[in-house]
Design a protein around this ligand. Structure first.
Ligand SMILES: Nc1ncnc2c1ncn2[C@@H]1O[C@H](COP(=O)(O)OP(=O)(O)OP(=O)(O)O)[C@@H](O)[C@H]1O
Ligand SMILES: [Mg+2]
Length: 409
């Protein structure tokens, strides 16, 4: 690694798997993935929340060790993805009187800081602030007001908050694995970073990352993030339905879902048959693939209805003109796009992380919807200047450090 490169390590502790991605960022800001580790975590998390710290710490260790070995980087600190129903968001704004004649960076910092002055209970904390447009005097729609003449500076921001207890459980699982948390990135925002195009964000788009236990939603309008929420449902529910309806052990139900599953029964040939193992049967059994799809469809519809309700409850979806982008492992389910379009009433596409070819084979592996959030974390961090990460440096998340110190005294 040249001295102009820095290392970024993204840690996505998902409900089904823990992913570690190590990337190098060169002076021009180009991100290249150089290490990857994936460990299953079937018992550690439910719906994006840690329920078994020891199991989660073990899975984190396993995943980090694997990534470590591949790229020969000593991983000490990470960017950490956050999910769970406890995540909420609100749109805020700040107003500040410009001191000089031109808007300086310090004015921008102050006005953004002011927009974070929202009243929160002691159990909640701000975990992300995304800037929308600036207004200088009467002029709106400004992306970067630095150097502009004016007296009154206003900013519209989107503030994401989360439960301190849920963050502590996750961070504790990471620190118990001997790692330091440099920054927390909300999973939905990270996924958007790796798959959404600027035009989509301008026109209005919703990204929904449907993983194993959560559906992370983010909505962009006129290029800015306007909504963040999490529905506590995912692919695990589909696997459970198959397991119960067809009397299959969970691992077999998972295999059948991923290999032969389909969200739309009419798209499966009535002649297609599959061999499966059922509980209590010594011999393997032959069943119709269409029957599996009939079990899957109602649950996929229910997940989509809940996503629609969540979006409709909180915002009007009339401006989601360019439609919905699906990521997360469940976006790999065959024909999920059709069911999503039927229920959500909007055009849907499957989002794959945008990664340029690297000659190392990582790009192809990571162009899977289930890696959208881990890949996006690295991009997100890189775009914001890519402060050093992956080294033994002190955490940048001031309040988090204080909370953790207090909590673990
Ligand atoms: N081909 C496929 N067909 C159907 N489902 C699939 C397929 N591939 C993966 N999945 C499902 O995707 C889910 C895992 O997705 P992902 O890795 O995005 O979840 P996660 O990050 O571990 O969980 P979460 O984000 O919900 O906390 C599992 O439920 C898995 O069964
Ligand atoms: Mg996930």
């Amino acid at each position: 690694m040249s001295k102009n490169e820095s290392i970024i390590t993204a840690l996505d502790v998902g409900t089904s798997k823990v992913t570690t991605l190590v990337a190098s960022r060169n002076a021009a800001g180009r991100i290249q993935f150089i290490g990857k580790g994936v460990a299953r975590n079937p018992d550690g998390m439910i719906n994006g929340n840690v329920v078994n710290m020891e199991a989660t710490t073990r899975a984190i260790n396993e995943s980090v060790t694997e990534a470590d070995k591949i790229c020969d980087v000593r991983i000490r600190s990470v960017l950490l993805g956050l999910s769970g129903e406890h995540i909420n968001s609100m749109n805020s704004h700040g107003v500040f009187t410009v001191r000089g004649r031109e808007v300086a960076q310090s004015d921008i910092d102050r006005v953004v800081e002011q927009s974070k002055n929202i009243s929160l209970s002691g159990e909640r904390r701000i975990v992300g602030t995304e800037m929308g447009e600036f207004v200088v005097d009467e002029q709106s729609g400004i992306k970067n007001p630095r150097g502009m003449a004016g007296r009154r500076l206003e900013v519209k921001t989107h503030v994401v908050t989360a439960s301190v207890a849920m963050i502590q459980n996750l961070v504790r699982s990471v620190t118990d694995a001997g790692l330091q948390v440099d920054e927390i990135v909300v999973n939905g925002i990270a996924s958007a970073e790796s798959v959404l195009q600027e035009d989509e964000k301008q026109l209005g788009v919703a990204l929904v990352d449907i993983g194993d236990g959560t559906a992370d939603i983010v909505v962009y309008k006129q290029g800015a993030l306007v909504y963040t929420a999490v529905v506590p449902m995912g692919g695990r529910y589909i696997t459970r339905d198959i397991s119960i309806a067809l009397r299959m052990p969970p691992a077999e139900a998972e295999r059948v879902k991923c290999r032969f599953g389909c969200a739309e029964p009419k798209s499966v040939s009535p002649d297609e048959e599959i061999e499966v193992s059922c509980i209590g049967d010594e011999e393997k059994k032959i069943i119709k693939a269409q029957f599996v799809a009939e079990v899957i469809t109602p649950r996929v519809e229910e997940i989509m209805v809940n996503i629609r309700k969540k979006i409709n409850e909180d915002i009007k979806d009339s401006f989601i003109s360019s439609g919905i982008v699906l990521t997360g492992g469940t976006a790999n389910l065959r024909y999920i796009k059709n069911i999503a379009e039927d229920v959500l009433g909007l055009p849907v596409r499957i989002g794959r992380p945008a990664i340029s070819d690297d000659g190392m084979g990582f790009a192809e592996l990571l162009r899977d919807p289930s890696f959208a959030s881990a890949v996006g974390m690295a991009y997100y961090h890189g775009r914001r200047g890519g402060a050093k990460n992956g080294s033994s440096r002190g955490g940048v998340f001031g309040w988090l450090g204080r909370v953790m110190e207090k909590f673990f005294q």
